[in-house]
Design a protein. Sequence first.
Length: 135
Amino acid sequence: MADTHVTLTGNLTDDPELRVTPNGAAVASFRLAVTPRVKDGTAWRDDETPFFRVNAWRDLAENLTECLAKGARVIVVGQLKARSWETPEGDKRSVVEVTAEEVGPSLRWVTATPERTGRAGKAKRSDQFNDEPNF
């Protein structure tokens, strides 16, 4: 499943939550509701809504928590990742999440004005593509 890429369009069910790992990496998490529209005879209706947990890392995490909020319609491009763990009671759990590579507002219903971030440590324009990917 490591190479399973997905593109999802949906709405944030809550504000993204930004945390910092013990080694200083920013990570943002949010749930995305993806409601497909299906034709039912001559009318359209909403189908069942699946919910996806999305995790974004480093600069992407910081940027999206600054400009996206609950209800925002977004497009997420990323990879499906499976995680398994055992609870303190001994129950085995597993989940499939999306590790975001890109997150942006859907411009179908809103307008947006892109703005470069001014964070310290950002690459200069001439060398911005010379480093390793951050995922």
